[in-house]
Design a protein around this ligand. Structure first.
Ligand SMILES: Cc1ncc(COP(=O)(O)O)c(C=O)c1O
Length: 372
């Protein structure tokens, strides 16, 4: 039998994305019937009924390829943002736009700058394109822009800032963002990933479109996976100066966003009420969760997103497993270098209550010893 061709070293270095455990898998493995997932920062309220109706109507036409240019969706986004259409590109999730950015702009030897822990796909884009990934640690769970500024160099080609950051839920404030952008050389693109921006309530949260309008090399990423609750459809978009958008189109597959995704995304944009309800549910959920953590004597990182980090004060994996046995899926912090922390997505009030009850029981379980 022939040997398989060898896999290039940089491809071997790629870290496979580790998703939250699927509900069906947990049911199967643990013989449970009632399982909730608070692990992947999805919207517990689900999509807008308008999106579901739009998808149903579009389903009749799935025999045809989708519109590769996402013409109608881009028009709708242009109206929504009040920007010209040349500033917009849609992707198969915002994840795909991160991939396009890497393909279009990174060369071996370039540097990609971010902070750790953050969304793992930034590092993947660097590795895949043989660029060097440089990421100083967060400071107090927040992006350390001063440390990042010290690492800027003539080789810096791309800077990724998740705002709010995943997994911490913290934000970069408007003033520090502006100061930092002024330090970045023109040869670098700054990607501000705003996957969770709709949940941010802080008055310091920056508006980034003006940076694009000023002609800076800034790319803003948005997604329909989070507040719009269309994660299963895979649709996101990028906003940037037309030259950057044109380069991203160069590396785009011809039909990268499905017709159902395009239809649902457009309909979602019109349902402001769904967004408002989701925001409200999230705000109330954060209050509920943090009150529960306080009762349990746990510390947490104040969050501007739809998830929250909580320190369980002992190795997180046994606590995660104890929660799984009680039918609650969350994420362990060890994958983010936070071995005593859990990241939990804000659910409905009932889901949050169930999680808090399960957490309380898991922590009371004497088999899980506290480290403190
Ligand atoms: C910070 C951040 N950016 C981007 C994404 C990817 O979102 P999408 O579903 O649009 O690919 C995620 C998903 O969890 C995320 O946490």
């Amino acid at each position: 039998m022939a040997q398989p061709p060898s896999v290039p070293l940089h491809v071997q270095r790629l870290i496979p994305y580790s998703p939250g455990k699927p509900i069906e898998e947990v049911k199967r493995e643990l013989g449970l019937t009632d399982v909730i997932k608070l692990a992947s920062n999805e919207n517990p309220l689900g999509p807008s009924p308008r999106a579901l109706a739009a998808m149903q109507a579009a389903a009749a036409h799935v025999g045809l390829y989708p519109d590769g240019s996402c013409y109608s969706l881009v028009q709708a986004l242009a109206r929504h943002w009040d920007v010209p259409t040349e500033y917009l590109i849609a992707g198969n999730g915002s994840d795909e736009i991160i991939h396009f950015l890497g393909l279009a702009y990174l060369r071996p030897g370039d540097e990609v700058l971010s902070c750790e822990p953050t969304f793992v796909r930034y590092q993947s884009a660097a590795i895949l394109n043989q660029a060097e990934y440089i990421a100083p640690p967060l400071r107090d769970f927040r992006y350390d822009l001063a440390a990042m500024a010290e690492r800027l160099s003539p080789r810096t080609r791309m800077v990724f800032i998740a705002n709010p950051n995943n997994p911490t839920g913290t934000i970069v404030a408007a003033a520090e963002m502006r100061r930092f952008l002024d330090l970045v050389p023109e040869s670098a693109i700054v990607v501000v990933d705003e996957a969770y921006c709709e949940y941010a309530t802080s008055p310091d949260y920056p508006q980034t479109w003006p940076y694009v309008r000023e002609g800076r090399n800034v790319v803003v990423l948005r997604t329909f996976s989070k507040i719009y609750a269309l994660a299963g459809l895979r649709v996101g978009y990028g906003i940037a100066r037309p030259e950057i958008i044109a380069a991203l189109h160069q590396v785009r597959e011809p039909f990268n966003v499905s017709s159902l995704a395009q239809a649902a995304a457009m309909a979602s944009l019109e349902d402001r009420e769904q967004v408002e309800r989701s925001r409200r549910t999230n705000r109330e959920g954060l209050v509920q969760l943090t009150a529960g953590f306080a009762r349990l004597g746990l510390r947490w990182v104040p969050s501007q997103a739809n998830f929250i980090l909580v320190d369980v004060g002992r190795p997180c994996v046994p606590v995660f497993q104890a929660l799984l046995r009680r039918g609650v899926i969350v994420r362990t912090g060890d994958i983010f270098g936070l071995p005593t922390w859990l990241r939990v997505t804000v659910g409905t009030a009932a889901e949050n209550e169930r999680f808090l009850g399960a957490l309380s029981a898991a922590l009371a379980d004497e088999r899980i010893a506290a480290t403190a």
